[in-house]
Design a binder for this molecule. Structure first.
Ligand SMILES: [Fe+2]
Ligand SMILES: [Fe+2]
Length: 276
């Protein structure tokens, strides 16, 4: 399928690829992004090896991959940059990633591939030049990774939020922006309760994000959240969500009683159901 055009004017485009990974339920659906400003291009969260071939081929129609300036990674998970070795081989792009992961990312590549090609971004983030404009790298630590960034594009007014605001759905469904947040919450809730680290972090982030003029929140899994009302509802929801360490207590740290059966790949006894 062709990428979804999140924004385009004559000098600037933001494209979202939603369905490069086979929809067989083994790997979580993931979005990859191409931003082009004049003759400069960047890929945000290029993805794992499953996405590489399709993304490389798919983007050629919009920007020559060998001219890419940056591979920008919100954090260092497999679905974000496991394909790093192949990108480092096929392009001259610099990897832009948190300073926390700067020395871990080279484990994804063959020896020497990342030499002098990594921009390690400090916790405070910064402004990264992109063509005639820039991309603002915003602190988003602990949402969920310890060193984590969001990317704000002042031209399209899109905030790329990595694993924040994600929803579980197919690649085809992810092409349809969400404008009614209430109906969308059931597809986001379980993920955010477990993968986000704490409510304190969500509140700190919302305070920063509310100051931006945002047309769309675009996550790395699932559909974009679009329009003033839905975005403001998202801030309200996330600010009040208990998650991660808020919900963990001594019950979560007990010596295990369950056995793993490698034949069925299930737990014995099976996880207790609600009525026990
Ligand atoms: Fe992640
Ligand atoms: Fe992710």
């Amino acid at each position: 399928m062709t990428p979804l055009e999140l924004y385009r004017d004559k000098n600037h485009a933001c494209l979202m690829f939603t369905d490069l990974i086979e929809d067989d339920g083994q790997a979580v659906q993931a979005n990859q992004f191409l931003i082009v400003d004049d003759d400069t291009g960047a890929v945000i969260d290029p993805g794992g090896n499953l996405a590489f071939n399709e993304l490389f081929m798919g983007m050629t129609r919009h920007f020559p991959p060998h001219k890419l300036s940056y591979l920008i990674a919100s954090h260092a998970d497999p679905d974000i940059i496991a394909s790093l070795d192949r990108w480092m081989t096929s392009t001259k792009a610099l990897l832009v990633i948190s300073r926390l992961w700067e020395r871990f990312a080279p484990h994804f590549t063959k020896v020497g591939k990342t030499e002098n090609r990594v921009i390690g971004v400090p916790d405070g983030g910064g402004h990264l030049p992109l063509g005639r404009h820039e991309l603002v790298i915003l602190p988003a630590h602990f949402m969920h990774a310890e060193g984590n960034f969001h990317f704000y594009d002042p031209v399209s007014r899109i905030l790329f939020t990595g694993d924040l605001g994600v929803s579980m759905m197919s690649g085809a469904e992810a092409r349809v922006p969400v404008t009614d947040l209430q109906a969308h919450i059931p597809r986001m809730e379980a993920f955010h309760r477990r993968y986000m680290v704490s409510n304190k972090i969500l509140r700190l982030w919302a305070r920063m994000a509310r100051q931006l003029d945002i047309a769309m929140l675009v996550p790395q899994h699932g559909a974009p959240i679009m329009g003033k009302q839905a975005i403001s509802d998202f801030f309200d929801w996330i600010e009040n969500l208990m998650c991660g360490i808020d919900l963990f207590d001594d019950r979560a740290y007990q010596y295990p009683t369950a056995f793993i059966d490698p034949v069925t790949r299930q737990m014995r006894p099976a996880l207790r159901s609600v009525n026990g």
